[in-house]
Design a protein around this ligand. Sequence first.
Ligand code: NAD
Length: 502
Amino acid sequence: MTAAFEKNLRRAEKYLARFEDGVLGHFIGGEHAANSAPGETFEDTSPVDNRVIARIAAGGAADIDAAAQAAAAAFPRWRDTPGAERRRILHRVADLIAERADEIALVESVDSGQCIRFMEKAALRGAENFRFFADKADEAAAGRSMPASEHFNYSLRQPIGPVGVITPWNTPFMLATWKIAPALACGCTVVHKPAEWSPLSAMLLAEIMHAAGVPPGVINTVNGGGETVGKALSEHPLVRAIAFVGGTETGSAIMRQGAATLKRVHFELGGKNPVLVFADADIERALDAVLFMIYSLNGERCTSGSRLLVERGIAGDFLARVAERARRITVGHPLDPRSVVGPLIHPRHHAKVMRYLELGRAEGATLAAGGAGEGNYIQPTLFCNADNSMRIAREEIFGPVLVAVEFADEDEAVGIANASRYGLAAYLWSEDAARAQRLARRIDAGMVWVNSENNRHLPSPFGGMKDSGIGRDGGDYSFEFYMETKNICVAHGGHRIPRIGA
Ligand code: NAD
């Protein structure tokens, strides 16, 4: 064991100690709150060894109601707080995240199984999300000016009201900040429901926001199950909108649940993202990106490049090199700085991914690397000679499993890329600029990266087509969701008004 690993273990133990005793409840109206039903709890386990690291309140409709009431009560004042003041407070949130980035990363790593090398960056990205949207707090209300001959129309935007944010377990802290920061920047108040498999960092975030001066009720966090707390949140009449990140089937359920109260919804859902590698690509860079986009973050990543489409002429060599590098990736304890792939989130998820490994063999794909797993771990796996009709090529596996399909030409590549229910991200590798432009337009995906891995630029739109989502995040797109556009029409004074009954 290296000194750095040992140090991480020691510090993680220190930070996790607070969660060991008692029950982690909710954060409502600026205070820690016990569960409405005191006996109802569930266990939060660490993917490292499936040991219980915390006991969590299994909230219910009463807890959501308390949180929604708190968010509604806090809304008018937060909405009317000058943008400059919201900006100041949210920058303070970012400062405190950066100060506690170490603690956030260590807790998140043990809770989610994601390797510390990635979680350190994710915590800091959380701070960046707050800074980025804080700087836009003042301009969020800005609209358009639309002069006409007899009237002057101008639009402005106003925050929609209290909103619900429901997040998944894969990179919980970063995703929560990505959703919550724009909501608060534009003047909405929030009820957040974190995922039950990795809920700890959400409480750190609520505490940090409170300490930074976010007023009571502006952020509320309620723990519990999806079909209880998540459902109650998406049905609550005081909650105007639901920003959801998670699985496609859950997105449909939320849409149904929110129908009676006409919820506005924003969905970031699953993906089976194609990576197209042409013979004229910069092969070394493509290789690095292909490996990074499937095996980092345990492959538990919505934008993972999980379908590798390779031009036939280079497929043999290219796939042999992917396999060789995949076999050399260090799988291990997430707090070991050398680890690249850690344990999958939960035995249930591990079992699901293992079933896909069996299925891939049964469907006739060739296992070129990995294919085994122990505990919650899975070796980085590569299936070659796959056909896009196979389930391993169609369904989201959400683990370190890459499925390679060969193509002959551009048209076939686009056909395969688009033969998917999903349309979140696509990655294109070709040094032919014209081809890259052509294909980028033809591929059904909300985001296309040309000669790059997933590289985030906060003002740019993030989101998917087809079953991968509804709506876009990032920059002004986030405000479009969290705000109502209002048009104000002012007459110049002399236009003719129809006279009836005169
Ligand atoms: P999930 O859909 O099972 O759960 C996500 C959240 O929804 C959890 O908090 C859960 O408790 C809650 N939930 C479950 N049922 C609910 C219901 N009926 N009503 C309201 N809430 C409910 O997803 P997961 O397994 O936690 O996460 C993995 C999925 O998330 C993958 O499909 C992945 O692609 C997707 N994801 C998408 C993005 C993106 O930006 N597109 C990012 C990360 C993860």
